[in-house]
Design a protein around this ligand. Structure first.
Ligand code: NAI
Ligand code: MG
Length: 365
């Protein structure tokens, strides 16, 4: 049976990079059926819900989801911008990407990067971010909640009081970390990396750090061919800039992984290049790391590379690894040989014209 993919172009440049890159699927003549759905700001304004029920129904029917990008706004602003007819009906804005990750149990966010190191050689690495717990689990309070107070003693709280404070809890579950580390080592095997580095802060967050470390080495014992390494997250940030070639797979809890993966995207050369995948229990979803870039929307100048590479990750996941490699090769060739790149590389090519150069290179393979 054909694989099924739901395309959610979303807002702003999300739609533009989808339009430019998706024709590659036709060209590769793969047994994939595409269906389309709505998500994002337009849906919020129209019906007070950024992920319509129809989109959830479609997600149930597919093997993978390809997302362009969405526009998100802070809670108050989103609610103020709702049309009059929808005001006061208790519509709550919850970020669609967070809804997708939580409802679909997408616990592993993978962000690969390619770069030329200081020694002039090309390298790859993957940052794998835990997506459901850690410092972003949602236990984030203004003031120290009453039940915690007997447990939380601190000289600053004695001085300034429990109300003039905020506190955040780092949640980690054994199963949550086991599945994350298993995913990281399997990813290393499949992608040919010889090392997995767990970036954490066990010397300061001693109990939770120790807990994570034990689970990490338990899982690592099943993968003797892969080096297992724990490093402090701040040192990893430094080495990502000075010696990125030290790393293969980097795995981290939610917030540390969020920060390191943006850093890795910067090492690669910017957001226009960075693809990502979210894997979990069943369906997986793929998207460029970048957002809807409202200031650039309509100007036809967004770089479509992140979308091409997200499509390649999706094809690999669906079992079409040869097609995925063809796209990656064409993107690399286009960057090397193209007479005109997009503005972020100092060129003036439009989204569509650069995309057609990539597509022409695939035809010529
Ligand atoms: P952004 O990623 O949309 O843009 C930041 C800057 O990165 C742009 O101004 C541009 O200089 C550069 N950039 C991004 N994509 C590019 C591309 N394809 N080619 C060339 N340059 C590119 O982030 P920003 O401005 O913080 O957010 C804009 C909107 O997008 C917000 O509403 C935000 O909530 C949303 N967003 C959505 C995401 C998603 O859909 N997963 C992720 C990040 C932001
Ligand atoms: Mg981020």
């Amino acid at each position: 049976a054909n694989k099924k993919v739901l395309v959610l172009p979303g807002d702003g440049i999300g739609q533009e990079v989808c339009d430019a890159a998706i024709p590659v699927l036709d060209l590769l003549k793969l047994p994939i059926d595409l269906i389309y759905g709505d998500i994002g700001w337009e849906c919020w304004i129209k019906e007070g819900n950024p992920v319509p029920q129809d989109t959830w129904d479609k997600i149930e029917q597919v093997d993978a989801v390809l997302l362009g990008a969405i526009t998100s706004k802070a809670k108050k602003q989103a609610e103020q911008e709702l049309p009059q007819a929808l005001q006061g009906k208790n519509h709550k804005y919850v970020s669609p990407v967070i809804q997708l990750r939580q409802r679909l149990g997408l616990y592993a966010n993978v962000r690969p990067s390619m770069y030329i190191a200081g020694n002039g050689k090309p390298y790859r690495m993957s940052v794998i971010r835990e997506n459901t717990e850690g410092l972003y689990a949602g236990f984030d309070y203004r003031g120290v909640p009453e039940p915690f107070r007997p447990l939380i003693k601190h000289p600053n709280l004695d001085k300034y009081g429990y109300d003039a404070a905020s506190c955040t809890l780092r949640l980690q579950t054994k199963l949550g970390l086991q599945r994350l580390f298993e995913f990281a080592f399997e990813h290393a095997l499949k992608q040919g990396f010889d090392k997995v580095t767990f970036a954490d802060k066990p010397n300061v967050m001693r109990e939770s750090g120790d807990f994570g470390q034990e689970i990490f080495f338990d899982i690592a014992a099943h993968y003797p061919a892969i080096e297992a390494d724990i490093q402090n997250v701040d040192a990893v940030a430094l080495w990502l800039v000075t010696r990125p070639e030290k790393f293969g797979v980097i795995v981290a809890e939610n917030m540390f992984g969020d920060i390191l993966s943006d850093l890795a995207g910067g090492v690669m050369g910017g957001l226009g290049l960075a693809p990502s995948a979210n894997y979990g229990e069943r369906v997986a979803y793929f998207e460029p790391v970048h957002g809807s870039a409202p200031g650039m929307a309509g100007k036809k100048k967004a770089n479509p590379i992140a979308m091409f590479l997200s499509i390649a990750m999706m094809l690999d996941y669906l079992g079409f690894s040869e097609a995925a490699t063809r796209i990656q090769t064409a993107v690399r060739e286009a960057v090397r040989k193209s007479p005109n790149l997009t503005y972020d590389f100092g060129g003036s090519a439009s989204t569509a014209s650069f995309a057609s150069q990539v597509i022409a290179l695939i035809k010529g393979q």
